[in-house]
Design a protein around this ligand. Structure first.
Ligand code: C2E
Ligand code: MG
Ligand code: MG
Ligand code: MG
Length: 280
């Protein structure tokens, strides 16, 4: 009897897995189509200089408006793109669009584009970036590339070389989601990054003395390594004050603005919470 129950369990389990796999396949097919039709949109979220309220850069964030399901979160469709072999094409489209859009922004504002570790696997990432800059006319100094430490997990030597060639183009390189991995510190010294983005989980807990201690040491390290620091996921004015007292000069988060379409970006008035916000 218990054997039977076990079998039934297995059947239910595998049926669930199959349903999940089918759903994923459908999503992958739909995503492939959306990329093919160039329907992936790019929203922008400003990075603010806390002391002045000025927009220093904007981060490009991919948005997929699904025909029947509305916006699908990037965490979901980026993963599908990565497993389905679509991330290189998707990444190229976002990069090209971000560079073009940046040409319509004030020229002291940089644009930051997220890269997947899998975009480093193809050998032509450097060509892709060079091409996007040339096609758009965007000066290389206005482009920033955001990577996570996953870039260092596979093909480390090869990826490091690619990173060096990217930096040699004159674009800047930021380490994203800093602090959530388990070897963050070593990665910070593995490459001459221009910027480090401290993960939201630290900002969420900035009222704790342990977090303050960690942030103090990150600030110290960043000074030594001559990196600028951005706090991600800033949601309250208390967090802004805390960050400023820690000497962290840049912040990004819903407190200032959610990611918005290009047309909705505003270049002033970010010291106080914006009243009108477009849903992300
Ligand atoms: P990320 O690069 O760390 O981007 C920051 C994420 O935090 C964004 O989520 C943004 O909307 C969200 N965020 C910003 N401020 C706040 C806040 O105050 N509160 C909260 N709760 N969230 C905030 P989003 O747009 O959903 O993107 C999630 C992740 O998907 C990104 O994390 C990035 O890793 C990835 N992603 C998005 N676009 C692209 C892309 O074009 N290429 C690649 N490779 N990855 C992308
Ligand atoms: Mg990012
Ligand atoms: Mg991040
Ligand atoms: Mg993140």
């Amino acid at each position: 009897k218990s054997k039977n129950a076990g079998r039934n369990c297995f059947h239910i389990y595998s049926a669930d897995l199959k349903a999940e796999a089918d759903q994923r396949n459908v999503l992958e097919i739909e995503l492939r189509e959306a990329i093919w039709r160039e329907e992936i949109e790019v929203f922008y979220q400003p990075v603010i200089e806390l002391g002045t309220g000025r927009v220093k850069s904007v981060e490009a964030l991919a948005r997929w408006r699904h025909g029947t399901r509305g916006f699908i979160p990037p965490v979901e469709f980026i993963a599908v793109a990565e497993t389905g072999g679509l991330i290189v094409e998707l990444g190229e489209q976002v990069l090209a669009k971000a560079c073009r859009d940046a040409m319509t922004m004030p020229d002291d504002v940089k644009v930051a584009v997220n890269l997947s570790a899998l975009q480093f696997a193809g050998t032509n990432l450097v060509d892709t970036v060079t091409f996007a800059l040339a096609q758009s006319g965007l000066p290389q100094t206005r482009l920033e590339l955001e990577i996570t430490e996953s870039v260092f997990l596979a093909d480390t030597q090869e990826n490091l070389k690619t990173l060096q060639r990217l930096k040699a183009l004159g674009v800047s390189i930021a380490l994203d989601d800093f602090g959530v991995g388990y070897s963050s510190l070593s990665y910070l010294t593995a490459f001459p990054f221009d910027k480090v983005k401290i993960d939201k989980s630290f900002i969420d807990r900035i009222d704790r003395s342990e977090t303050v201690a960690v942030l103090k040491s990150i600030v110290q390290l960043a000074k030594t390594l001559k990196l600028s620091i951005v706090a991600e996921g800033v949601e309250t004015s208390e967090q802004v004050s805390q960050l400023q007292s820690l000497g962290i000069a840049l912040g990004q988060g819903f407190y200032f603005s959610k990611p918005v379409p290009l047309a909705d970006l505003s270049w002033q008035g970010h010291t106080a919470r914006r009243r009108r916000q477009t849903a992300a």
